[in-house]
Design a protein around this ligand. Structure first.
Ligand SMILES: [Zn+2]
Ligand SMILES: [Zn+2]
Length: 347
């Protein structure tokens, strides 16, 4: 066992603070990673504060992990000491169900999440990336392209794959019109990736406040959704809508912006379920879908795509002692566009 420094919570009500945690010794198929940076995802806050009512404590959050390989087990052929690697939301799965066999481990019924989950031994609590080191099975370790700066690449491991996967699955490419609802951590990645896929990209934001930024990130158009004319003007306009926000919206009104056979994909989970009439779906054979991160194979494809197109996240790099402040700012949507922790500040 290896005792290491981390930052986390002992219960739902206290702020994050320093913790000591144990990492398993490296097994034959394991890769030990010295963590250099970890992104801060909104779901870290939900889980640290037990807002999904399933939290296990003590908890070290963090599933946008990047670092350098420190050691490899005897069976590890894919990685060597010194490689730039990442770990996202999953550190293992059952490997046997249909979803696992098809490379869609995120839909496995027994996934092992990076934190707030039991490890494969069914007793050790998995702990995330707000820590100096992690040990992960080689099959769940991702390679970070050499040209991407590690700090800016960290958010690709959750925000990047969460947006790439639906864009890829619904065949976004040249000639396709894609709308992105919300320009936050997920939305800004969706804009960059959809633009690199050569789609015509529109940001739908409550106001035009983030208009210049949306254009800089690669959006062709920006519309304010607090202006009712937007919904008239863009009626039956889009092939795909990626809804990145977790607040209650009038889904029916947004479905009206889709062409025949268009699809709106939900990435966020509103606590208040919106009401939905069947008519906007029926009248143009539209669909409403959801999407959850991505499998390991697709996550590597996303990283390679981002390497080829030089795509990373816009980040604010923070030291670990600023994490509680960062949580408050994320809740107020006051970050452009992702906080990343410099893990050197924890050592
Ligand atoms: Zn996340
Ligand atoms: Zn499975």
């Amino acid at each position: 066992m290896d005792q290491i420094k981390a930052y986390g919570v002992l219960n739902a009500t206290q702020p994050l603070g320093p913790l000591q945690i144990i990492r398993r010794l490296i097994g034959a198929n394991d890769v030990a990673i010295n963590i250099t940076y970890c992104g801060v995802c909104h779901s870290d806050i939900h889980q640290a504060r037990n807002e999904w009512r399933n939290s296990l404590y003590p908890m070290v959050p963090g599933h946008e992990i990047v670092g350098i390989v420190a050691d490899v087990g005897t069976n590890v052929k894919k990685f060597k000491i010194g490689d730039k690697v990442g770990v996202g939301c999953l550190v293992d799965s059952c490997r046997d169900c249909l979803d696992c066999r098809e490379g869609l481990e995120q839909f496995c019924l027994k996934p092992i999440f990076t934190y707030n989950c039991l490890e494969k031994d069914n007793k050790t609590l998995a702990q995330g990336g707000y820590s100096t080191k992690i040990v992960v099975d080689q099959d769940f370790v991702l390679r970070i392209p050499d040209n991407l700066p590690l700090d800016q690449a960290a958010p690709l491991l959750c925000a990047g794959i969460t947006t790439y996967s639906p864009l890829h699955h619904w065949n976004v490419g040249p000639g396709k019109r894609v709308a992105i609802i919300g320009l936050g951590g997920l939305g800004h990645m969706a804009v960059k990736i959809a633009h690199a896929m050569k789609a015509e990209v529109t940001v739908l934001s409550r106001t035009l406040d983030k208009g210049d930024d949306a254009k800089r990130l690669g959006s062709d158009h920006v519309y304010a959704t607090n202006d009712p004319k937007t919904f008239e003007k863009l009626s039956r306009h889009f092939d795909l809508i990626i809804n990145t926000v977790s607040v209650k919206l009038d889904w029916g009104a947004y479905l009206g912006l889709l062409k025949r056979d268009g699809c709106m994909v939900l990435l966020g989970v509103p606590t208040d379920a919106p009401e939905l009439q069947a008519s906007p779906l029926i009248m143009a054979r539209r669909s409403l879908a959801g999407s959850l991160i991505g499998g390991i194979k697709e996550t590597q494809e996303m990283l390679n795509f981002c390497g080829q197109h030089n795509i990373t996240s816009d980040i604010e790099l923070i030291s670990i002692d600023k994490i509680n402040e960062a949580y408050e700012r994320i809740i107020k949507a006051d970050v452009k566009y992702r906080f990343v922790i410099d893990i050197a500040s924890l050592k």
